[in-house]
Design a protein around this ligand. Structure first.
Ligand SMILES: [Ca+2]
Length: 297
C-alpha cells in the first residue's frame, strides 16, 4: 500500500531540502491515500480511491483520524449497558505492513453493541461502480450469525423534515443464512437479504473480502461478493434507496417523506458495525480500500 508524490525540481539549500523531506515524510507516513475527492453534487462523479493499511508512526489510534480528513473520519462506539467495547492498533495480528486495526465488540444486551470506524468525504451515485476490499481476521469460533462487518450508506439523503429518526439507508455485509455465511443485507432500503450458504467464512485466519456493486435503485443493480477470491454472490438487484418506495412506505403511516435527491452513498463503516450476537467478538481489519468510478459497460 503505497502513495507516490512528485516533487518539482527546485533549488533548495541542503537544510531547507532536509526540512522539506521531513515535512513530506511526516505528512505521508501518517496518511492513508486518497484521490479524486471532488465528486459531489452531480450524477457524474470523478474517480475516487481511498486505501488504508492502518500503519502508524507511534501505534496511536489518533493517527487514523487526522484533521485534514485524509484517513478515517470517526469512531463509532456504542457500548452495551455493562461493558466497554475496545478499539486499538494491533502490532501482533496483521497481514500488511506492521499493524492492523483491532476491534472488540461485546455482546449486545438492551443496547445494540457497535465498534467500528467510519469514512466520509465521497459520493457514490447511481450507475457508479463501487469496489470495497478488506482483510478480516475473526478471532473466534463462536456463533456470529447476524454480525455486521461493513455498512455503505447515505445519511444526507434522509428527509429531515419528516420528524423520523435518520436511518441512514444503505446496504451491509452480514453473517446471515447461518452462523458464518457472509451475505448482502438490504433491510435499510426495504429489500431482502441476498444470501449464500455455499461458502463458510474462515475463522482465526486472514480472509480477503471483496464487495463490488454497480449502484441502482432498481433491479438493474449488480451485487458481487468474493471471499478469498471465490465468487460467492453475483446477482442483479436493487442496492440503493428508491425514493418512490420510501415515499409509499411512509405514506402508509401517514407521513409525507421525500428522500433528498440526487441520492449518493457518502459514508462507509467497517468493523463490528453492529454485533447483535450473544458473543463477545474480537476481530482485526487490514488492507482496506474503496474505489468509486463511473460504470461504463
Ligand atoms: Ca497494515
Amino acid at each position: 500500500m503505497e502513495c507516490t508524490i512528485g516533487i518539482g525540481k527546485t533549488r533548495l539549500s541542503n537544510m531547507k531540502f532536509f526540512k522539506l523531506i521531513i515535512l513530506i515524510a511526516a505528512v505521508f507516513l501518517t496518511s492513508g491515500c486518497e484521490t479524486g475527492n471532488d465528486n459531489s453534487g452531480s450524477s457524474g462523479s470523478e474517480n475516487f480511491v481511498f486505501q488504508d493499511g492502518f500503519e502508524t508512526l507511534n501505534n496511536t489510534l489518533d493517527e487514523l483520524f487526522p484533521l485534514n480528513g485524509s484517513r478515517w473520519t470517526s469512531i463509532q462506539q456504542v457500548n452495551p449497558s455493562n461493558s466497554i467495547n475496545e478499539i486499538s492498533i494491533s502490532q501482533s495480528i496483521f497481514i500488511e505492513g506492521e499493524s492492523a486495526l483491532r476491534l472488540f465488540a461485546n455482546s449486545s444486551d438492551n443496547t445494540l453493541s457497535k465498534m467500528n470506524i467510519e469514512k466520509e468525504g465521497f459520493n457514490a451515485f447511481e450507475n457508479d461502480k463501487v469496489l470495497i476490499k478488506a482483510d478480516f481476521y475473526v478471532n473466534s469460533d463462536a456463533n456470529i450469525e447476524n454480525l455486521l462487518l461493513i455498512d455503505l450508506e447515505c445519511c444526507s439523503c434522509w428527509d429531515n423534515t419528516a420528524n423520523v429518526d435518520n436511518q441512514c439507508p444503505g446496504v451491509r455485509l452480514q453473517m446471515s443464512g447461518g452462523n458464518d455465511y457472509l451475505s448482502i443485507e438490504r433491510g435499510k432500503i426495504g429489500e431482502s437479504t441476498i444470501q449464500q450458504t455455499s461458502f463458510k467464512f474462515p475463522r482465526n485466519e486472514w480472509v480477503t473480502v471483496q464487495w463490488e456493486l454497480i449502484l441502482a435503485n432498481n433491479d438493474s443493480g449488480v451485487n458481487k461478493l468474493l471471499v478469498n477470491g471465490t465468487e460467492i454472490i453475483h446477482t442483479t438487484g436493487i442496492n440503493m434507496p428508491n425514493p418512490e418506495k420510501f415515499r409509499d412506505l411512509f405514506a402508509q403511516e401517514g407521513i409525507d417523506f421525500n428522500l433528498q435527491e440526487p441520492i449518493s452513498y457518502e459514508r462507509i463503516q467497517i468493523g463490528a458495525t453492529a454485533n447483535p450476537t450473544s458473543e463477545n467478538i474480537e476481530l482485526f481489519v487490514d488492507n482496506f480500500s474503496l474505489s468509486i468510478e463511473k460504470y461504463e459497460p
